[in-house]
Structures are given as structure tokens and as C-alpha cells.
Design a protein around this ligand. Structure first.
Ligand SMILES: *[C@@H]1O[C@H](CO)[C@@H](O)[C@H](O)[C@H]1NC(C)=O
Ligand SMILES: *[C@@H]1O[C@H](CO)[C@@H](O)[C@H](O)[C@H]1NC(C)=O
Ligand SMILES: *[C@@H]1O[C@H](CO)[C@@H](O)[C@H](O)[C@H]1NC(C)=O
Ligand SMILES: *[C@@H]1O[C@H](CO)[C@@H](O)[C@H](O)[C@H]1NC(C)=O
Ligand SMILES: *[C@@H]1O[C@H](CO)[C@@H](O)[C@H](O)[C@H]1NC(C)=O
Length: 290
């Protein structure tokens, strides 16, 4: 008994192998060049497949969208659609002879995984395949939004917001003077990188900034903005420098006009020596004079 069972199972196994190895297996053989495709809202998606079969019969093609409960998009015999497709697909689908589905006027809700089945009456095995479609919306040009002024006093903080209207699955990049910015102590990026906070601005932050928004269907850069950083004290420096200059001018003018002052020519000679390399010793000696 046991030996018989073994033999039978061996024979079955051999038959099974034979069945698959021989070229005469009756099966629809499906080829899918791309199992991941991308689309843009309003654009189209070509779910490209082709099949081969020994049977000359027309195939039954069935496309479904995987959801909790699969949604049939279209069923056709060859290119002839069977029945009436759902209203959301009615005017948006086309089936080609090779089994390919063209879906146009894409919507964000078309994003998902699609199953295709091609069966031919004579063939024992149905051809099956899966294609994943991602649908994205094009990004509109971003602009850098700021709550405060772009003219900053040294050590102030500023938040730059990379704003835009449309666009799905977006990611952000920031640039300072054309060079990419990374998360640092003073340049803090929000987790999604949409916001750039510059804490305690330095004079070196006086620069041009821009942001780039990217998604699977495009990338677009904002117009640059210029941040201006000033020192409050620089105002005083300008004023006091001006004051000192005025004072020196006045003193010089007075000196020229005072007849009792020494002539201007003799002291100039040693002065020119201070700047000559060959007289370093002299500089140190006369250093106290300066
Ligand atoms: C299916 O088709 C591909 C090429 O189109 C071929 O390489 C492969 O051997 C075929 N498979 C079967 C089981 O016929
Ligand atoms: C199937 O046919 C369509 C329309 O002719 C074509 O665009 C597509 O590339 C074909 N697919 C394959 C996998 O050959
Ligand atoms: C954003 O998308 C909507 C609808 O798709 C469109 O009406 C609007 O013009 C788009 N906005 C921009 C700035 O492109
Ligand atoms: C950034 O700008 C967008 C508008 O483009 C706005 O909805 C969002 O609240 C802003 N974020 C912050 C933190 O200001
Ligand atoms: C940048 O760093 C801050 C804190 O140091 C953190 O909260 C934030 O998530 C980081 N941003 C990114 C994009 O890693």
C-alpha cells in the first residue's frame, strides 16, 4: 500500500513537472514592462501589458483597482467593453488589443494598485499581473512667506515659510546664496523642512535665500529673497567716525592757519621710514613716539 502511494505521487509529480516544462502548456503569458507608473492630475496613465497565447480566440480582459473590496474598472472581450463601466470611469477608459488600459483625465483618487487578468477559453491558466499607479498634482510656484520684515537687526530670529498652493507629496529644500542648507544649530528646519528658522542672525546671514519644492512629477524653485542684517551700533559708528573725521579736518585746518606751528615738511621723512622694511629696528625704537 505505502509503496503504491509513493509511486502514484511520484508519477503525479513527474506529470506536473512535464506539464510545466513542455512548450505545450496552455496558458496566457503576460508581459508587463513597468509595474510602477506615475501620473499627473488631469493627465493620463498607460497600464501597458501584452500577452501571448497559443489560442487564436479573443481574450477576456479584466482590470480592477485594489481597494478593501476590489473595484472593477473595465471588463472587455478583446477591445469591446462588456456592459457599462462605473460612472467615474465611463468616459476615461480605453482598452487596447494587447490588453493595455489607458486611463485619462487622472484624479488623485486613481492612485492605487491595479490588477489585470487575461483569460482565454482554451487556456487552462489565466494571465495575471499588477501595476501600481501614483497620481500627483503639479506644484504651483512657491514663494517665501515671512511674518516679519526681511531687514533684521543682528541676533534677531526669523522664520521663512516655503508656501505654495498646489502640489501633493511635496518635499522641500532651502538654499542660502545658492548653496543647500542643512539642519544646523542656527538654521533649524521643521520636520517636513517647509519652514526655515534662522536664530540669532549674524552679519553673514545677510544673503539671498530660496526654496525648492519637489514631488514625483516635478520640482520648482521660489523667487529668491534677500535678507538684510544690520547692527544697531553701526549707526553710532558711522556718526562717530564722521565726527572724528570732522574733528581731524578742523584740527588740520587750524594747524595750517596757526603761524606759530612748526613747518610741515621735516617730520614727514621719519614717518615714511616707518613703513619701510629695511628700517624695522627704527620702528621699534620710535614705536613709543607713534
Ligand atoms: C512568456 O514570454 C516571455 C517573453 O515574452 C518568454 O521569455 C517566456 O518564456 C514565456 N513563458 C512561457 C511560460 O511561455
Ligand atoms: C500595447 O499596445 C499599446 C497600444 O498600441 C502600446 O502603446 C503598448 O506599448 C503595448 N504594450 C506592450 C507591452 O507592448
Ligand atoms: C491649483 O489647482 C486648482 C485646481 O486643480 C486650480 O484651479 C488652480 O488654478 C491651481 N492654482 C495654481 C496657482 O496653479
Ligand atoms: C506657511 O504658509 C502657509 C500658506 O502658504 C500657511 O498655510 C501656513 O500656516 C504657514 N505656516 C506657518 C508656520 O506660518
Ligand atoms: C532639525 O533639528 C530640530 C532640532 O534640532 C528638529 O526638531 C527637526 O526635526 C530637525 N529637522 C529635520 C528636517 O531633521
Amino acid at each position: 500500500m505505502k509503496a503504491e502511494v509513493k509511486i502514484i505521487s511520484k508519477v503525479l509529480l513527474l506529470m506536473f513537472f512535464d506539464f510545466f516544462n513542455s512548450g505545450e502548456v496552455l496558458a496566457v503569458n503576460m508581459t508587463i514592462p513597468n509595474t510602477l507608473i506615475r501620473g499627473t492630475v488631469g493627465g493620463e496613465a498607460l497600464f501597458s501589458v501584452r500577452y501571448s497565447s497559443f489560442s487564436p480566440d479573443l481574450p477576456v480582459i479584466k482590470w480592477q483597482l485594489k481597494r478593501e473590496k476590489s473595484v472593477t474598472i473595465v471588463q472587455s472581450i478583446g477591445t469591446d467593453i462588456i456592459g457599462t463601466p462605473r460612472p467615474e470611469y465611463r468616459d476615461r477608459i480605453l482598452v487596447f488589443e494587447n490588453g493595455t488600459l489607458l486611463l485619462h483625465n487622472l484624479r488623485l483618487s486613481d492612485d492605487g494598485t491595479y490588477d489585470v487578468e487575461i483569460s482565454i477559453t482554451d487556456d487552462t491558466f489565466t494571465g495575471e499581473g499588477t501595476i501600481t499607479l501614483t497620481v500627483d498634482e503639479l506644484i504651483s510656484r512657491p514663494y517665501i512667506h515671512m511674518e516679519s520684515s526681511s531687514v533684521l537687526e543682528l541676533s534677531e530670529n526669523i522664520v521663512l515659510n516655503c508656501s505654495h498652493e498646489n502640489g501633493t507629496r511635496t518635499s522641500y529644500k532651502w538654499f542660502k546664496g545658492g548653496k543647500p542648507l542643512t539642519n544646523e544649530t542656527r538654521f533649524v528646519l521643521s520636520p517636513d523642512q517647509k519652514l526655515l528658522t534662522i536664530t540669532r542672525v549674524l552679519m553673514t546671514d545677510d544673503d539671498i535665500y530660496s526654496c525648492t519644492v519637489e514631488n514625483p512629477v516635478g520640482s520648482i524653485t521660489s523667487l529668491p529673497i534677500k535678507l538684510t542684517v544690520y547692527k544697531r551700533s553701526s549707526l553710532y559708528i558711522i556718526l562717530s567716525t564722521g565726527g572724528i573725521f570732522l574733528l581731524i579736518t578742523l584740527v588740520t585746518v587750524c594747524a595750517c592757519w596757526t603761524p606759530s606751528k612748526k613747518p610741515r615738511h621735516p617730520p614727514r621723512k621719519p614717518l615714511s621710514r616707518f613703513y619701510s622694511n629695511s628700517h624695522r629696528a627704527q620702528i621699534t625704537h620710535t614705536g613709543t613716539v607713534v
